[in-house]
Design a protein around this ligand. Structure first.
Ligand SMILES: Cc1cc2nc3c(=O)[nH]c(=O)nc-3n(C[C@H](O)[C@H](O)[C@H](O)COP(=O)(O)OP(=O)(O)OC[C@H]3O[C@@H](n4cnc5c(N)ncnc54)[C@H](O)[C@@H]3O)c2cc1C
Length: 317
C-alpha cells in the first residue's frame, strides 16, 4: 500500500470539514473528504446568522463548498468511515500516519487526519416531536427566533439550561410558555419568568400536534388540554460522533455539562499526534460560522504541522 496517498483525510464534509479542506487544497495539499451526507442542520430548509448566506439552504451551502474544494483539486467522496488507526510503520520515523477504513472495507492512507463528524441531537421521548424536528421544533433562538417573532412559542424543559433558553426566547416574543412536564423549577427561576410574563405550564405533556397540512400546531397535555403553538424550542442532548477519535485514543474530559468530550487545543489538535478535530464533534455550541472558523484554523494548523515534518525530513537529508 502506498504510504502517502493523501496528505490529509477529512472525515465529515459539513461546514467544519469543508472549510478545513478549502484551506488545505489552497495550500497545495492532497486532500480527501469522506462524508456520510447527513449534516446536523440538513433537517432545516433555511439557515440564519450566516453572513453573506443568511436564509440559504444548508445543503446548498455545502454543495457550493464541495465545488470550491474540487476547484483546487480536492476530492470529496460520499462514504461512511468505520474506523481509523495509527499506522504501525516504523519506516516513517516520528511522522504520524493513519489508515482509514470505510464501511465498505476499503482502506485509505493519510499523513494527517481531521475528524469533523458533527453530533447527534437526542430528543426527549415526546410523541410527534421527531416529525417536526428542524421545522416547527428547533434548538437555537438565533437561528430560528426571528421567523417566529411575536408568535406563540413553547419551550420544553430538557435540563438546567432550559431556564436560560426560555428567558432568551422572551426577547423574540411576549407569548412564551415554559412546559416543565412536572419537573420542579427553582423558586427564583419561577419568579424571574413570571416577572417577564412567561407562562409556566407544569402539567405532563403527551404529544406534539399537527394541523391538516402537517405543520406543528401545539402540544397536547396528558389531561387532554390542547395548547396552540407556532413553534417549540428545546435543548436536545448533544451526542458527539466521536467514535473515530476515541478509537484512536484521543483524550476526553467532562465538558459542556453533557458528559465527556474530546479535548482540543485552540487550533483543534487532539491529544493524538497528527489528529485534529473541528466543529460540533468537539463543540456542541458551534454554529455554521463557528464550525467553519474552527475548520479554517485546523486546516492551517495541519498544513503548518506538515511543513514542520518536511523541515525535519529535509534536515535529515
Ligand atoms: C435544526 C437545526 C437548525 C440549525 N440551524 C442553524 C442556523 O440557522 N445557523 C447556524 O449557524 N447553525 C445552525 N444549526 C447548527 C448547525 O447544524 C451546525 O453548526 C453545523 O452543522 C456544524 O457543522 P459540522 O461540520 O461540525 O457538522 P455537520 O454539519 O453535522 O457535518 C458533519 C458531517 O459528518 C458526516 N459524518 C459523521 N460521521 C461520519 C463518518 N463516520 N463517516 C463519514 N462521514 C461522517 C455527517 O454525515 C455530516 O455530513 C442548526 C442545527 C440544527 C439541529
Amino acid at each position: 500500500m502506498q504510504r502517502e496517498s493523501w496528505d490529509v483525510i477529512i472525515v465529515g464534509g459539513g461546514s467544519a470539514g469543508l472549510s478545513a479542506a478549502l484551506m488545505l487544497v489552497r495550500a497545495r495539499r492532497r486532500v480527501l473528504v469522506l462524508d456520510g451526507g447527513a449534516p446536523r442542520n440538513g433537517v432545516a430548509a433555511h439557515m440564519h446568522g450566516v453572513l453573506g448566506r443568511d436564509g440559504w439552504s444548508p445543503l446548498e451551502l455545502l454543495e457550493l463548498g464541495r465545488e470550491e474544494v474540487a476547484r483546487y483539486g480536492g476530492a470529496v467522496r460520499t462514504a461512511d468511515v468505520a474506523s481509523a488507526e495509527s499506522l504501525d510503520d516504523t519506516s516513517s520515523g516520528d511522522a504520524p500516519g493513519f489508515t482509514v477504513t470505510l464501511a465498505t472495507g476499503e482502506r485509505l492512507v493519510a499523513r494527517r487526519l481531521l475528524v469533523a463528524t458533527g453530533l447527534r441531537d437526542e430528543l426527549p421521548g415526546l410523541p410527534g416531536l421527531a416529525e417536526h424536528w428542524g421545522t416547527g421544533a428547533v434548538v437555537c433562538p438565533y437561528c430560528d427566533g426571528w421567523e417566529v417573532r411575536d408568535r406563540r412559542i413553547g419551550v420544553l424543559t430538557t435540563g438546567p439550561r432550559s431556564v436560560h433558553q426560555v428567558q432568551l426566547l422572551r426577547q423574540w416574543s411576549p407569548s412564551v410558555t415554559f412546559f416543565t412536564n412536572g419537573a420542579p423549577t427553582a423558586d427564583e427561576d419561577v419568579a424571574a419568568m413570571l416577572a417577564r410574563g412567561i407562562v409556566i405550564e407544569p402539567r405532563a405533556w403527551a404529544s406534539v400536534t399537527a394541523d391538516e397540512a402537517g405543520r406543528l400546531s401545539g402540544i397536547r397535555l396528558a389531561d387532554g388540554t390542547a395548547v396552540a403553538l407556532d413553534a417549540i424550542f428545546l435543548g436536545p442532548s448533544p451526542v458527539p460522533n466521536d467514535g473515530l477519535l476515541t478509537g484512536l485514543g484521543a483524550a476526553t474530559a467532562p465538558a459542556f455539562g453533557d458528559g465527556d468530550w474530546v479535548g482540543i487545543d485552540p487550533t483543534g489538535r487532539t491529544s493524538v499526534p497528527g489528529v485534529w478535530a473541528a466543529g460540533n464533534v468537539v463543540n456542541p455550541g458551534a454554529s455554521v460560522p463557528i464550525a467553519a472558523g474552527a475548520g479554517n484554523l485546523a486546516g492551517a494548523a495541519i498544513n503548518a504541522d506538515l511543513v514542520e515534518e518536511e523541515i525535519r525530513t529535509a534536515l535529515a537529508g
